[in-house]
Design a protein around this ligand. Structure first.
Ligand code: ARG
Length: 586
């Protein structure tokens, strides 16, 4: 890593080992950013306070011993003992400049992990239901999941995307029968690609209208028979079901394409994929004594899971009618990720209310011995709320669809861009407003911690000021424009530092790799957002204080252009890890 704390760490450890003995080689030196209100130093080392008791000397003495043994002249300009015994470290300007230059010239901003630290990570995200339109809840799981997948890949991990499509269950009898009735290539059938809810509603309406009929050939009767045929593997029924799934894939491609989401057809790992495994899973759970029959259903009761009045909560793996549910499938997904895919981590980017479901499924899977070296994590997604603080719903009470949210963001972005750039031709403006609208929507989702609720606010998310997508996109466009005007063919430094604002920017840019890597561990994209926002603001201060194109001295101008180039690269790469494009101009 290029950030100063990471570079300083082994030096402090070596000093502690030299002063207090070899057992201090691996100690955490507790390095933090210095408190800018109290000191002009860059970093604060708190190791002395933590070590004092063990060493048996007062903290300030311990700090003095560390300084005495610190061998880092190239890195550290001064180390001053302050307060109860922490060390204020000021870094050498030359080190900051040289490190920034190295970073600019290296082909990766995030160093590749060592081979043994490279992980295989399954990311289950988006995961809508076939023949149903995606709603706002799916927007957030899709956007956060995609950002995590891109970030983990950007770090150098191997990512296996899984779109756990809800593509099985009793409604498919009714849907298959409706498809047959309207014609497999009819306009109604193609609604599955453009307006799946209407197709679903029409099927449901026909079913309800005939539900009470005693005619054995009524729609409802045929739909019921179709369920049984499908479950029994009847070829014609499976063909119809397949038709529904193919049309659904068309719908998903359209949505993902519009949103610039990296999921493809190949990533679909729907519920149906696990059908054949479900009976075996239930048998094994029963044999192992993990599942028992209760009121006709096969259930798992786990310690510590109780509901009202202390009643144990069952995890139903086989219903009393013999059908399998969502839980059985999720036991299968984790087993598959672990035993087949040999994943180090399995991330489920799914709404927070499903947490109990996942914890019970995982514990069951683990008890059965089907989790080998895989750590499952539920990346909990909080709800998106309307201005009234309630779930975003339409007047008829349904959750707002994903498409209507996307459309309103795109519409607003078009207005913003038409106002700010009336000089551009329509086509260019359309490209930019698409990038800005989608960028704004995604950034609004990502910049707030994924498990907290957030209020959908078009004005805020499309604002050109504040911690928003458009603000960051604008920052990249502005730097691009500076570089264009400079006619600089190569901007590879060296970076030299004369002004404090240059130094502050260079230092902040050195943190990028560490921030991205930590997001790969904590799975918190909002930390990357906060960092990029800070970089953009630090850049603004730099640009206000340091003339770039008008710099008198040629070497200073080159250095400042190089700082611009490194800032641009950092912002563009950071945004792309979040799934956000950077327009050429804005
Ligand atoms: N299809 C589900 C829904 O729309 C989400 C599935 C999430 N993934 C999983 N492995 N359970 O709520």
């Amino acid at each position: 890593m290029t950030d100063p704390a990471s570079v300083l760490t082994p030096h402090v450890q070596a000093a502690m080992a030299a002063a207090f003995g070899p057992e201090w080689r691996e100690a955490d030196p507790v390095i933090r950013p210095a408190n800018k209100k109290q000191t002009s130093a860059d970093l604060q080392v708190n190791a002395a306070m933590a070590a004092a008791k063990k060493v048996g000397r007062p903290p300030r003495e311990v700090a003095a011993a560390i300084v005495e043994h610190l061998d880092a002249a190239e890195l550290v300009a001064s180390a001053e003992i302050a307060g109860p015994g922490f060390l204020n470290i000021t870094l050498q300007d030359d080190w900051v400049a040289a490190s920034a230059t190295d970073l600019l010239r290296s082909d990766r901003l995030v160093p590749l992990p060592d081979a043994d630290e490279r992980q295989r990570v399954v990311v289950d995200y988006s995961s809508p239901n076939a023949a149903k339109e995606m709603h706002v809840g799916h927007l957030r799981t899709t956007v956060v999941g995609d950002a995590l997948a891109r970030t983990l890949e950007g770090i150098g991990h191997e990512v296996i995307r899984q779109n756990h499509l809800g593509d099985w269950g009793t409604p498919f009898g009714m849907l298959a029968e409706h498809l047959l009735e309207v014609g497999e290539d009819s306009d109604e059938a193609h609604l599955l690609e453009t307006d799946p809810n209407t197709f679903y509603r029409n099927a449901r309406a026909t079913f309800t209208a005939t539900e009470k009929s005693s005619d054995p050939d009524s729609f409802a009767a045929r739909a019921r028979r179709r369920v049984a045929l499908l479950q029994g593997g009847d070829a014609e029924s499976l063909r119809l079901w397949h038709g529904i799934i193919e049309l659904t894939k068309g719908y998903l491609r359209r949505v993902y394409d519009e949103l610039d989401i990296t999921l493809t057809d190949d990533d679909i790992a729907g519920e149906s994929m696990y059908n054949d495994e479900l009976p075996g899973i239930c048998d094994a759970l029963q044999e192992k004594g993990i599942a028992v029959i209760s009121e006709g259903a096969l259930c798992v009761f786990l310690d510590g899971y109780t509901g009202r009045e202390g009643k144990p909560i069952p995890l139903i793996v086989r219903k009393s009618d013999g059908g399998y549910g969502y839980a059985t499938t999720d036991i299968a997904t984790l087993r598959h990720s672990s035993l087949e895919l040999k994943a180090d981590r399995a991330l489920y980017v799914v709404g927070a209310p499903q947490n109990l479901h996942f914890r019970m499924c995982w514990e069951t899977t683990d008890k059965a011995g089907w989790v080998k070296g895989t750590v499952p994590t539920h990346v909990q997604i909080g709800n998106m709320l309307g201005a009234d603080g309630k779930l975003l719903r339409t007047r008829s009470g349904d959750l707002v669809t994903l498409q209507s949210v996307v459309d309103s963001a795109l519409e607003r972005a078009a207005t913003v861009v038409a106002e700010s750039r009336p000089d551009l031709d329509e086509e260019t403006r359309a490209t930019i407003s698409h990038q800005v609208g989608i960028g704004a929507l995604k950034y609004a989702d990502l910049s707030i911690s994924h498990d907290s609720e957030y209020t959908f606010d078009l004005d805020r998310m499309l604002s050109l000021t504040g911690n928003t997508g458009p603000y960051l996109q604008y920052a990249t466009a502005r730097i691009r424009s500076i570089l264009r005007r400079a006619d600089a063919v190569v901007t590879d430094g060296p970076i030299t530092l004369t002004e404090p604002a240059e130094r502050a920017l260079a230092l902040r840019l050195l943190d990028y790799g560490t921030v991205v890597t930590s997001v790969g561990e904590s799975l918190e994209p909002h930390r990357l957002c906060a960092y990029l926002f800070d970089v953009a603001q630090t850049f603004t201060t730099f640009y206000e204080h340091c003339p770039v194109l008008k710099a008198e001295d040629a070497a200073v101008k080159d250095s400042r252009l190089a700082l611009c180039a490194l800032t641009l690269r950092t912002l563009v790469e950071g945004l792309s890890l979040l799934g956000i494009q950077s327009p050429d101009q804005m």
